[in-house]
Ligand binder design. Structure first.
Ligand SMILES: CCCCC/C=C\C/C=C\C=C\CC(=O)SCCNC(=O)CCNC(=O)[C@H](O)C(C)(C)COP(=O)(O)OP(=O)(O)OC[C@H]1O[C@@H](n2cnc3c(N)ncnc32)[C@H](O)[C@@H]1OP(=O)(O)O
Length: 657
């Protein structure tokens, strides 16, 4: 029996033949032992291997980290609680009877799912994630097991299993969440995801009027009364719903979108044209601070931050981000339409015509400044005295990160501290004693959430460690792509849990091992060492040291270096084509023609640019390759004309790779 997947990585493919993303490098199951490691979806190495093959991602119930059968999670009740919430995001069909999530009344998961899947929730569906497509006997019976970005570049998490129903009157398609799909049956897309092929075990047709929620990308209003748990008697989780954060909402519809108009729903006015999410047009609705029926236990949620005062909020004016900047629109190769023409939308975010290029928002514990012109945000921890990672801090951290993740103007984040001499003191110890079991569960869920979100962020993440950083603080730095530390020897960093008489969670350890290597990690963890900055640099725990006064500049320079690269932070798109049995890059901004190809198993908009290994080359072959985009924001998640796509062929090949 299969079990729910762990909480966040809903993009993890649910098919045993699927393959792993470029950032997932660790084995999901220890060779020869049969024992599952957890989390199975990633164990990132700094070398960022790409296209590794992984086994099935659905865990057997017995090893589900949230199951009571799992020895991992600790107290049974805590495991139950997390498991129950975790499973809320899963289709019931995939849950085993033994899963505690099954005990949740039928209505609750739906509320939660509406929040997760339908409200612009950003999951870690990074570009390049793999997915699996199963399809129906008829052209409309499909199951999608895939997540990713919608055409506006927002990451979405469609329910792993989606049934698609034709709506002949509208000449379009609906999934079982009421989300709109477009396409012609061969290359249907849902939020930019290609679907098609194969039989569906149990096709479902849901009457339009009874559909709840939205599979994620349909042009229905995100704040529709049927979309939000808070409006349906449930709570709107700040973490799950754009209502929880200003600008998360969005709206609706496209310049020249190929999507058909949505159906009129009883009591719900049809949405207007879809436009990219834009804070100008997304006034933040009130958020209920707590609610007894929240998918998560109630805790104070931060109020929606005000929209930056320099941005005038005329809701009806055209979005200033409507047009593509000429300099960012690469010339297409001969015979190939640029995405913007092919699909009638801007390939990436143009610079704002507004004079101010900086935006800032702040909550109680984190100050975020976004330099739109550079595409870089700085998150400054400001929770004195020591930036301890309390539940509130972690919650605000995740919300801030999610907002940046959703902001197409932001491609990189620098994490640093506004508290002198302290980066972060790690987990707030007061959260770990004298509290209820439910609180512990919630707290650890938040710790994991923070780690998962940061680890799998699509943005480039740089830690500018300007103070001591023990334990959980060290984890934050480790989870970033790059660590720069102030060279003050009084500042130390490390996983010192052993000195506290506790054991660092194994995923702390894994992250540590990935950075410093096995032996160094082993001895450091056993001793609970806190390494002074010079030593931290020597063992590779931080990538470089700089004088404290230069830390910011250096972090900015490193960020620029990363952002200039194609792929994760890059803005480039590349085109590949099949030439003489090979995949050849025919060029793109910053990408030399012939020098690289797109590899990966991610599907449209999720392709990474990099060297094509022989193995991948062999696995992919060439005949399926037409062309596709790569890069995070350019062309963003290009929805390519189905006729020019042969991604299913690639997927099936890659799935077996
Ligand atoms: C999913 C299942 C998982 C199961 C997992 C099971 C087990 C895992 C177990 C634990 C994992 C833990 C990870 C952690 O992060 S534990 C936290 C470890 N942190 C530390 O050890 C840091 C300790 N603090 C320090 O070293 C110093 O305080 C510091 C260098 C940060 C600052 O020194 P400074 O001299 O400037 O300041 P202090 O006077 O020492 O402290 C000021 C003030 O702050 C309080 N404080 C410090 N650290 C913490 C903290 N982590 N949490 C809460 N409060 C903290 C300190 O007590 C002082 O308060 P007060 O006395 O002024 O009231």
């Amino acid at each position: 029996m299969r079990c729910c997947s762990p909480p966040r990585p809903a993009w993890v493919p649910t098919c045993s033949s699927s393959t792993r993303s470029r950032r997932s490098t660790g084995p999901a199951r220890a060779a020869g032992t049969g024992a599952w490691d957890w989390p199975p979806w990633r164990s990132r190495s700094r070398s960022r291997q790409r296209g590794s093959t992984i086994p099935a991602m659905l865990l057997p119930d017995a090893v589900c980290p949230h199951s009571t059968a799992s020895p991992r999670l600790g107290p049974r009740a805590a495991g139950d609680e997390v498991h129950r919430r975790c499973c809320r995001g899963q289709p019931r069909e995939l849950l085993p009877a033994s899963c505690p999530g099954m005990a949740v009344p039928l209505g609750e998961p739906e509320r939660g799912r509406a929040g997760r899947a339908g409200q612009g929730r950003t999951e870690r569906g990074s570009a390049g994630q793999d997915g699996m497509v199963q399809g129906g006997a008829g052209p409309w019976d499909h199951r999608i097991i895939k997540v990713g970005k919608d055409p506006q570049g927002h990451r979405v998490q469609p329910a792993p299993t989606t049934t698609i129903t034709p709506n002949p009157e509208q000449g379009a398609w609906l999934n079982n969440k009421g989300a709109w799909l477009s396409g012609n049956g061969r290359g249907l897309t849902e939020g930019g995801w290609l679907i098609g092929g194969g039989p569906t075990p149990r096709p479902r047709r849901v009457p339009l009027t009874s559909r709840a929620g939205n599979g994620g990308s349909g042009p229905r209003p995100l704040h529709g009364a049927d979309r939000c748990g808070a409006q349906r008697g449930g709570a709107c989780s700040a973490l799950l719903c754009p209502r929880g954060w200003g600008g998360g909402g969005l709206a609706t519809a496209p310049r020249g979108s190929p999507s058909p108009p949505p159906p009129a729903r009883r009591g719900v006015p049809p949405p207007g044209p879809r436009v990219p999410r834009c804070p100008l047009h997304a006034p933040c609705p009130p958020v209920s601070p707590t609610s007894p029926v929240s998918p998560y236990p109630p805790y104070p949620r931060p109020p929606c931050p005000p929209i930056s005062p320099h941005i005038p909020p005329p809701p009806q004016t055209p979005c200033p981000r409507g047009a593509a900047p000429p300099h960012l629109t690469p010339p297409p190769p001969p015979g190939v339409l640029p995405l913007s023409q092919a699909w009638g939308r801007a390939p990436r975010l143009p610079p704002s015509p507004l004079p101010a290029q900086r935006r800032a928002f702040s909550n109680n514990k984190i100050l975020v400044e976004l330099d739109e012109s550079a595409g870089v945000a700085t998150m400054k921890f400001k929770s004195p005295p020591v930036n301890s990672l309390s539940l509130d801090f972690l919650t605000e951290f995740c919300i801030s990160l999610e907002k940046l993740e959703n902001d197409r103007a932001c491609r990189g984040v620098i994490l640093t501290s506004a508290v002198p001499k302290i980066f972060s003191s790690g987990l707030d110890i007061t959260e770990m004693c004298g509290k209820s079991t439910e609180h512990y569960a919630e707290f650890w869920r938040a710790v994991q959430e923070m780690w998962l979100r940061l680890y799998s962020s699509n943005m480039v993440t740089v830690a500018a460690v300007n103070g001591s950083s023990p334990a959980g603080g060290c984890l934050i730095a480790l989870t970033c792509d790059y660590r720069i530390m102030a060279e003050n020897p009084k500042f130390s960093i490390g996983l010192n849990e052993a000195q506290l008489g506790i054991v660092a969670p194994f995923w702390f350890k894994d992250t540590f091992v990935n950075v410093v290597g096995h032996r160094v990690a082993e001895s450091s963890l056993q001793l609970g060492s806190l390494h002074p900055a010079p030593e931290a640099h020597r063992i590779g725990l931080v990538d470089e040291l700089v004088p404290e006064e230069k830390l910011k500049d250096r972090a900015t320079a490193v960020m620029q270096q990363w952002l200039a690269l194609p792929g994760k932070g890059g803005t480039s798109w590349a085109v590949t084509e099949c030439r003489n049995g090979d995949l050849t890059c025919v060029g793109g901004p910053g990408i030399e023609a012939g020098s690289c190809v797109s590899v990966g198993t991610g599907g449209v908009g999720g392709w990474e640019v990099g060297k094509l290994s022989k193995a991948v080359r062999a696995a992919l072959g060439c005949e399926g390759c037409a062309w596709h985009t790569a890069g995070r924001s350019a062309g963003c998640a290009g929805r390519l004309p189905p006729a020019q796509l042969a991604v299913p062929a690639l997927l099936s090949r890659a799935g077996g790779a």
